[in-house]
Structures are given as structure tokens and as C-alpha cells.
Write a protein of this length. Sequence first.
Length: 266
Amino acid sequence: MVYIVGNSFCGSTLLGFLLSAHPDIIYLGEFKIKTWLKERSCSCGHSLDTCPFYTNFFSAFNEAKKSLFEDVRPRSVFNLLFRSDKIISKNAIEKMESFYQSISERVAQMYPNAQYIVDTSKSIWMLNGWLHTSLAEDIKIIWLTRQLKPSIASFTKRGFKFYHSLLSVLVNNLLTHYYLKWNRLDYLKLDYTRFYDDFDEVAKSTSAFLNIPIPSVYQNHNTHHVISGNSFTKKEFTGHFNGFRKDEEWKSQLTKNQKRILSWFD
Ligand SMILES: [Zn+2]
């Protein structure tokens, strides 16, 4: 598994699709999303009834996921930081294992050469769950970061309050840093800004980390069945991906004052 950690709106959906440019990397979106709550369409261009991946699998997928959610998600971030080994019950780990089992079986049926499944859940609690399963040794962690100004602008654009967004991003960065450090986890750090500037370099370092050649030019192999994440990005990859856009929307999204405050932290 490739597991991506980072803040909301850090570009993880984009990265998931870009990884699936390799035909043996299967991208299924964010496993932490409550996919049973609303009708969704799949990034492969089909509805859930006709998507070749989910058609006979969707209800089993959701059932397995639903039951593990309450058990794996900790009640507070402090539990995660200071008692990382004790917060998950044996029962929860078993549920996590059988959830993974059902996904990997389905993936193997449809893509017998698959080498990686990508989970862009981003949350540390979900990663913590995966790390308690027998899959732990085979998880490759990518920490995807994004500069503070475009990151916070993505929050305020969607109606989140400025200070609330700033605080949650800063806290999550700290949590991620210490979780990875204290658990001595190996990870690759990628910066979203580099995607536009030099994706060749990003593809190169990712290829070396995952030990599989990530194409620097996107080609669709229909190895993605994404029913969560950024819907704009999803649509782009359902159709034709037209390349990267420079990350500049924050310039008009943030006020002068907000930019000044963010400069203190960058
Ligand atoms: Zn699909």
C-alpha cells in the first residue's frame, strides 16, 4: 500500500491519480470516507452500478468499512500521540485486516499484476490503523505538503473560517511530524508546489522510493476507481488530464491581512 498523509486540500487526490499512471498502481481514493452516505459516481466514468470494480463489490466494501470506523478512529488526537500502541482494540485490528483482505482480493481479480493500492485518506488515525495490521511492513508513506498560503486559501474558499483553518493545519503538521518521528517511520516528503515546477523530479524521487517507475507524463490505464476526494480533480481524470495549473488562486482568495499573518509562519 502507498499511504498519503497530509492536510485537507493538499493535492492528495491529484497525486493518487498521477501514481495510477503506472498500470500496476491501483488508486481507489480515500478509504476513510463514509462512501455509504451518498450516491457517487466513479472516476472510471461509470455509475456505481456499472463500474466494473464496484458493481458486485460495493455493498461488501461498505459493510466492512462501516464496522471498523467506530473502532479505529480515536476519540482525541492526544490518544494518538501519546498512547499510539494502546488505542486500537484487537477486534478493530481484525476488522481492519478483513477490510484490507476484501479490497486486495477484489483488486487481484481485476488487476492480477497490481503492485500497489493507493490510500489517500491523509489522516494519521487511519494510518495508525493500517500500521497495526499485518500489512504494516508493506506500507510506503508519502507525506504531501503544500505551502501555507495556497493551503489556507483552499479552506477559506470552501467556507472554512480563517483562524480555524490555520490552527487545524498547524496542529496537523505537528501531529504528523511527531507521529512519524516517534514511530520511527520511513517516509517520502513531497511538496505540491513542485508538481507544476518540476514533476520530472517528483516522479523520479517517488519512483526511487516506491521502487516502481512512475511516468512523468500522465497516461490513463483505467486503474483508478475513485468515489471520494476532490470532485474537480476526479472529473479531470475521468476525461482528459490537461496538465498542471500553477498554484496561484490564493493571491486573490486571501485578504492582505491574511497573507501577512501567514507570512509569519511560512
Ligand atoms: Zn470505476
